[in-house]
Design a protein around this ligand. Structure first.
Ligand code: 3EB
Length: 330
């Protein structure tokens, strides 16, 4: 609400999107470059560091030499820790990450609830910022049957812990299973000043409207998020889901082609030209390492020159073999 005597001024110009890329330099070199908001290592063996901007993602790469992922802005960066939460901020962008041990919270639902409640509480310090994109990496994601499956319990806890966090709309998201310590839940996010525009996929039922058969609590995420300046699209984990059903069970190549069709539809819905380009980094999460070669070959043919990082991860429905997420600059 505007108080008497307060001049709201002209609407602020939305800040430009962070630049996101894969780089082969050492994490120390990348962290020392100006404007580095976050640096990600992949794999169990990845070296951690004391810098809160440096996050170790517990997914193995299916590449020869694992690059780092870098988020960069053109502004000075501040960073710190609040309890277990680590954050960095600059140029109107904010990175926050939290890693919890599920055993301290009674399992996957309790840990997800605690993680989302903690992130929500932290974000209350930054009322001008909106969470636009979230990544969730959970161990043994497909363990347990029916509503007791660990991913479904994660969904229950995420909703319970979120409260009114996403009352203005869900962010784009990814939820993938890792093969590191099964109790390790990692959640990290990108928030920015100003509202993004959520984009749904005309070929897919919105995830929050999934029918009961997929769990008690429908997953709360948008299929994609156009950043406030409309200069980049953050693309959620996209699988071979058509309507609400999993397509091409048992056929990784057909699932991947369906994903590419889903992505084209999503880009169209966002008002972007179809196709990806060599500055838009993607990730391909592959359930079976033996499928990596097939995935790499199809992507090389269909998305030539596009940087795609292949990671060994489980998709949240056990019949799904591959999932893509990433970025598209406008
Ligand atoms: C799907 O389309 C695949 O629970 O946050 C993709 C992206 C998926 C995010 C989440 C789940 C999530 O339903 C699964």
């Amino acid at each position: 609400m505007i108080q008497a005597g307060e001049n709201p001024g002209p609407a602020a110009t939305p800040v430009p999107a962070p630049y996101i890329c894969y780089r082969q330099q050492s994490a120390a070199e990348l962290l020392a470059e100006p404007g580095t908001l976050a640096v990600f290592d992949f794999g169990h063996a990845a070296a951690g560091s004391a810098d809160p901007r440096h996050l170790q993602v517990p997914l193995e790469t299916l590449e020869g030499t694992a690059p780092h992922e870098v988020w960069r802005v053109t502004a000075p960066i501040t960073h710190g820790r609040v309890g277990a939460l680590r954050w960095s901020q600059g140029g109107g962008w904010l990175f926050a990450a939290l890693e919890l041990d599920e055993r301290e919270y009674g399992g996957p639902a309790g840990a997800a609830q605690a993680a989302y409640a903690a992130l929500h509480a932290f974000m209350r310090r930054y009322p001008a910022f909106r969470v636009l994109r979230i990544w969730n990496y959970q161990g043994a994601i497909n363990e347990g049957d029916g509503d007791a499956e660990r991913y479904r319990r994660f969904c229950d806890g995420r909703a319970a812990g979120s409260g009114n966090f996403f009352a203005a709309g869900y962010p784009a998201a990814t939820a993938i299973g890792h093969h590191a310590a099964r109790d390790r839940l990692q959640v990290y996010l990108l928030a920015g000043i100003g509202a993004g525009t959520a984009v749904e996929n005309p070929r897919q039922v919105s995830a929050w409207r999934y029918p009961r058969e997929y769990g008690r609590t429908a997953p709360g995420f948008a299929r994609a998020m156009l950043l406030p300046a409309r200069d980049a699209l953050a693309i959620s984990g996209t699988a071979a889901v058509v309507g609400h059903a999993s397509a091409h069970v048992g056929d990784v190549a057909a699932q991947l082609r369906e994903i590419l069709t889903n992505l084209e539809a999503l880009l169209g819905q966002a008002g972007l030209p179809t196709g990806f380009d060599t500055t838009a980094p993607l990730k391909a999460y592959v359930r079976h390492a033996a499928d990596a070669e097939c995935v790499r070959a199809i992507l090389a043919e269909r998305l030539p020159g596009v940087p795609v990082l292949l990671l060994h991860g489980d998709i949240c429905r056990r019949e799904l073999l591959v999932e893509l997420d990433g970025w598209r600059y406008a």
